[in-house]
Design a protein. Sequence first.
Length: 638
Amino acid sequence: MYHIEFDIAAVFLTLFIAYYIIFKKGIRKHANRVFLGMIVINFIAEISDIFGSLANNYPEMTTEVIKDFWNYLYISSHNTLAYVLVVYVFYLIGYEKSKRTLLLISATPFAAEMAILFTNPFHKRIFYYDEAGKYLHGNLFFIIYAIALAYMIFAIYLTIRHRKGISSSITKALLFFISITFVPVVIQIIFPEYLLTLFFETIGLMGLLFTIESKEETINPTTGALNRYALNGALDRAMVNKGNVLLLIKIPNLNYYNKMIGFDNMNGILRRISQWMDETFKDYVAYDCGRGHFAVLCEGITDAEIALIREKTMSRFEKAWGKGEFSLVFPVQFGVIHLLEDVKTLDDVFMLIDSTFDGKVSSDLDVQKAVYKYERGVLIERLIDKALKNKSFEVYYQPIWNSNEGRFTSAEALCRLIDSEYGVIPPDEFIPVAERNGSILDIGLFVFEEVCRSYQEERLKMLGIEYVEVNLSVVQCLSKNLMRSFDEILNKYQLSAERINLEITESATTENQKVLYDTIEVLKNSKFSFSLDDYGTGYSNISYMYEMPFSIIKIDKSILWKAKDPVSGESEKNGYIYLENTIHMLKEMGYSVLVEGVETVEQKMLLEELGCDYQQGYYFSKPIQKQVFTDFIKVVNT
Ligand code: C2E
Ligand code: MG
Ligand code: MG
């Protein structure tokens, strides 16, 4: 006699779960749909188990056809559930195209099992009925168990293997679901007539429902923190009265770090950051708004408390996150939004959350400016993509005057983005955007290759151009593949690295020193030479200068202009002394000195007096197209 009471209870639970997901508003993701599929299959299994058992209990009251119908339906649906569980785990860990084959391969045991099951009428090895019409298992029935068991083990394996990419509450719920299905197996050894399996599975599904399905929309699965939908709801409430504050904590360039250490590792770090926020800002709620942008909603907070949070954040971010090889120090940006004062609408709040700040740290928000900057940033990202796709970036050259030899011995390569619709986008505008979204890596390689090709094709060496200066973003220096790509390009054009001088700006030097030094070391060993760009504008960092193998220091035009203004010819107070001493100091330290922004003959003469080695500026030439540049050099250098 089979006892169907538990199955009946399970049916009601299943109906409740189905009601809950179907009538709950929210975004439907693949994983949700698969979950709904699991519920439906579970329901079919329960119904068929009930009717199948009744038919088996009272064989004399039914026909074999009816019994068959329910038994086949039960076994097939119940075993489908095991495979769908695996599919579900695939979606939770992030299903991508690359996993499609694995998913298909893992369907083969299921297909084989179904083939054996549905050929049962011929071989009767799965189940059969005795003379009295009693339902009995055949000698191959164990295959059904074995395959279900194998899928469960596979699901456990996948969950544990990819736990880095799933939040811990989801991992726990999955493992709970899988392990609870083992309980009835044990009980049924003792009480084989109690049909407990589906009941326990339904309990497990409920566990899943409450941790995953109900939270999925408000929890970011990678960090386990509340997400922007949750924030949206909270802001609705918080933006009724003035006095509430939203703190923004952002890691710029997340995409770039993703590329550098990989998604899994970066997700692990983000999770740690959000845990740290939970522990540190206990009184307030932290939200993960994606892309490394976090927001902390503080109701009834004082300025002193804000200052304290800021202090704690800044000092924590001075230390590395993550462990071992993948540990990183991030710059962090901190912003304070006084709700209903700085911003009036939810849209504006989210715009500020998504936008990236200028500078390293910012607590002043100008919404108008931020809106403009955000939209402009989005446009520029699009134009960069387009230009990369169409290879429409251009490289201009600005000749560099060698005062000692009285001719042009080098040039600086400067990248140009000229869009057919939007005109010229200045590098000062698109380079920072490209650094943020990582496309600087592609732009940098494009410029490098373009320079190498031109150097070779235009025979610049013969024209007296000994090397070309190429700007190198620090973001490029953090890329592990940089050297290999440079090598390949140099080989392709049969060029020696001595023909390239890499310019690095001073301001770019404070973060990730170690990786930067390592890259520079490798580049140096392959004979590249280096210039320090924009000297005098950044946070002068002498130890940095000592440790890096610079041969040329490029003094920024602002220093020259303070010594001799290009328009008035005047010198600001102490401007001349500063320039004179800077040049002398650098020369005594053994560097060659280049001054940028030379616009007048007076400036040129002044620099010659001061013993400056190289000069660059509009007085000699603006940055010009390659062809114009070679023609120019041909005329002036020969
Ligand atoms: P930078 O490397 O300091 O380049 C010098 C900038 O000063 C250039 O601006 C140049 O056109 C300008 N300049 C040169 N002589 C004079 C002058 O006499 N007067 C004035 N007022 N300006 C002068 P540009 O081309 O707009 O580039 C701006 C910055 O964008 C560059 O500063 C560099 O940091 C960055 N950049 C340009 N191309 C690239 C590139 O291919 N890769 C990277 N990473 N950065 C680049
Ligand atoms: Mg430069
Ligand atoms: Mg410069």
